[in-house]
Ligand binder design. Structure first.
Ligand SMILES: Nc1ncnc2c1ncn2[C@@H]1O[C@H](COP(=O)(O)OP(=O)(O)OP(=O)(O)O)[C@@H](O)[C@H]1O
Ligand SMILES: [Mg+2]
Length: 154
């Protein structure tokens, strides 16, 4: 994937870009979402997860307190849809409130990295996650009330 850059003017536009990226992902992959509070990391994730086909965007919420959300759509009927990787498992992780390595270990991410899955991480700079999976980096910048600058690199 070449480096991509967009400016979005609404949350829907950000979700739509996430959906396009999600639909083109090869599994497994680790997606690191950086950007300040309210930059749109969770909003972009709504698009990613719906593009992957693991859940509807409205069902994707911030893992603020639970720290990890898991999305999976595994029925035979849904796998029969011609969506790439429909049924892929998605873990959405928020490291913002993870205080130390012990807390990080209790999330069980090591086991997740042995699955066939997509792992999406908000606040990835808090800890270095050990995996040999391909990494996609998404950075969101809050420009103005509704304007965001988004870059995607792999
Ligand atoms: N162009 C835009 N793209 C994305 N979100 C937007 C945009 N314009 C306005 N918003 C609003 O900005 C907010 C972004 O919140 P979101 O929870 O996605 O941020 P976040 O980066 O996940 O924050 P946190 O670090 O607190 O988890 C939402 O309320 C969304 O509706
Ligand atoms: Mg968030």
């Amino acid at each position: 994937m070449p480096k991509l850059e967009w400016t979005t003017h609404s949350r829907e536009e950000t979700i739509q870009h996430g959906r396009e990226i999600g639909a083109g992902l090869k599994v497994p992959v680790l997606i690191l979402l950086s950007g300040e509070l309210g930059a749109g990391k969770t909003t972009f994730t709504k698009g990613l997860v719906s593009g992957i086909g693991a859940a509807e965007e409205d069902d994707v919420t911030s893992p603020t307190f639970t720290l990890v959300h898991k999305y999976e759509r595994g029925t035979a009927a849904q796998k029969g849809q011609n969506k790439p990787e429909a049924g892929a498992r998605v873990y959405h992780v928020d490291l913002y409130r993870v205080g130390n390595f012990h807390d990080l270990e209790t999330l069980g991410l090591e086991d997740v990295f042995s699955e066939h899955a997509v792992v999406i991480v908000e606040w990835p700079d808090r800890f270095t996650l050990r995996t040999d999976w391909p990494v996609v980096r998404v950075h969101l910048e809050h420009d103005d009330e509704e304007i965001r600058r988004i870059t995607v690199e792999s």
